[in-house]
Design a protein around this ligand. Structure first.
Ligand code: GAL
Length: 345
C-alpha cells in the first residue's frame, strides 16, 4: 500500500489539518483528514477498471468548515438526535447545547466533525492504521466527563477498511459515535434511486414530527421498508415518495455471516458490504442536500444524490429506557466497529 500525507489547511492558533492518502494494491484510494476524522475521498475501480469517486467530499478545508452536511465526518459525542438536547443520569439533568430547535443533532454545532484530531500512522505488513485521538473536555457541548476518544481506521490492500470507535470517561456520560459518509456508487452520475440496497433489519424506529423516536419499532417484513433482499430503490419509489431517514434495527439474532447492509450499483458493478457491532443503522437518502455545495470534480451535491449508512446506537437512547443503553461509566471501555468491503462485479 502506498501512503502519503498532504496539508489540508490552517485552523485557528496556527494548527494545521492534514490529509492521509492510502492507495491500495487492488485499486481503492482512501483519503482521511484529521479535521473531523473525516473520510474526504474514496475511489473504487468500476468494471472497466476506471476509478469512481464514491463519496461526497471537498478538496479543501474551508468547504468542510462552511458546510453543515457532515460529509464523511466522524460524529460524536452523540450521533443523531437527543430530545430537548438533554438527559438525566443519577438524578442529575444535563442540558446540552442545542443546534436544532428542539434537539441536539450529531454532538452539537461544534461536535467531533469540527475537531482537529491527533494522528498517528502505523504501517504493518498486512495493513496500514491511522489512529486519531481527541480529548473532549468535561462539559463540551454540555456533556459530562472528560472523554478520551479514539477513532482508528485500518486499511487493507483488498479494498477494505474498518473503523474502530473507542472511548473512556471519568464521569458517567452517553456516547454514540458514527461516520457520516454519503455514498454514491455511480460516481454521482445517477441518484440514490439507482442503487440496490439490502439491510439485515427486521424493523425501523418510528419517529415523531421532530424526527425523534417514539420508542416504538415498526416491523419491516412485507412493507416498502423490507430490505432483507437487495432492492432497487427506485422500484420502491424511494427516495422520491418515501425519502429515507430512519434508524433500522439490525437483526443481531441472525448468526449468518451475511453483511448487515449492502449497497450496489448495477451500472458500475461496485458493491459495498458493511458489517458492524452497532445495533442500528441510520439510512438517510440525503434529503437535506440542496445543490448548494460543489465538491470533487465539480459535482454539485443534490437532494437524494447519495445514501448514508450510519451505523450507530439508536437515536435519543439516553431518554428511551427500552433502547440498548449508551451510558458509559468510568472504568468502562466503549468499543464499536464497522467494517467496509468493496468489490466490483
Ligand atoms: C442524518 C440525519 C438527518 C440529517 C442529516 C444531516 O444523520 O438522520 O436527519 O440531520 O444527518 O443533514
Amino acid at each position: 500500500m502506498k501512503t502519503f500525507e498532504s496539508c489540508f489547511g490552517k485552523l485557528a492558533y496556527e494548527s494545521m489539518a492534514h490529509v492521509f492518502h492510502f492507495k491500495c494494491e487492488q485499486g481503492m484510494e482512501l483519503s482521511i483528514s484529521n479535521y473531523g476524522a473525516t473520510i474526504t475521498a474514496l475511489r473504487i475501480p468500476d468494471r472497466e477498471g476506471k476509478l469512481i469517486d464514491i463519496v461526497a467530499g471537498f478538496d479543501n478545508l474551508k468547504d468542510y468548515q462552511n458546510s453543515d452536511f457532515y460529509f464523511g465526518a466522524s460524529i460524536g459525542r452523540y450521533a443523531n438526535r437527543i430530545a430537548n438536547g438533554s438527559f438525566t443520569i443519577d438524578g442529575k439533568t444535563y442540558q446540552l447545547e442545542k443546534n436544532e430547535k428542539r434537539t441536539q443533532l450529531h454532538g452539537g454545532e461544534d461536535g467531533f466533525h469540527r475537531k482537529l484530531w491527533d494522528a498517528t500512522l502505523f504501517k504493518n505488513p498486512d495493513n496500514t492504521i491511522l489512529k486519531l485521538q481527541y480529548l473532549s473536555p468535561d462539559q463540551e457541548a454540555g456533556f459530562p466527563g472528560n472523554l478520551k476518544a479514539t477513532i482508528t481506521f485500518t486499511i487493507w490492500d483488498t479494498n477494505s477498511f474498518a473503523i474502530d470507535y473507542e472511548a473512556e470517561t471519568d464521569q458517567a456520560t452517553h456516547v454514540n459515535f458514527s461516520n457520516h459518509s454519503y455514498f454514491n456508487l455511480s460516481g454521482f452520475t445517477e441518484d440514490a434511486g439507482s442503487h440496490e440496497l439490502a439491510v439485515d433489519a427486521f424493523g425501523y424506529l418510528e419517529l415523531n414530527s421532530n424526527q425523534l423516536p417514539t420508542g416504538k419499532m415498526i416491523e419491516t417484513p412485507g412493507t416498502v421498508f423490507d430490505f432483507y433482499k437487495l432492492t432497487l430503490l427506485s422500484e420502491r419509489n424511494i427516495p422520491n415518495n418515501y425519502p429515507l431517514d430512519y434508524c433500522f434495527v439490525i437483526d443481531k439474532t441472525d448468526s449468518s455471516k451475511d453483511p448487515d447492509a449492502i449497497l450496489y450499483h448495477p451500472k458500475t458493478g461496485i458493491k459495498l458490504r458493511i458489517f458492524t457491532t452497532q445495533p442500528g443503522i441510520q439510512v438517510y437518502s440525503s434529503n437535506f442536500l440542496d445543490g448548494s455545495m460543489t465538491g470533487h470534480q465539480g459535482v454539485s451535491y443534490q437532494k437524494h444524490s447519495a445514501i448514508c449508512l450510519e451505523t450507530q446506537h439508536f437515536p435519543d437512547s439516553p431518554n428511551q429506557p427500552e433502547f440498548p443503553s449508551t451510558l458509559l461509566l468510568p472504568g468502562e471501555k466503549y468499543h464499536q466497529q464497522t467494517r467496509y468491503f468493496f468489490e466490483t462485479n
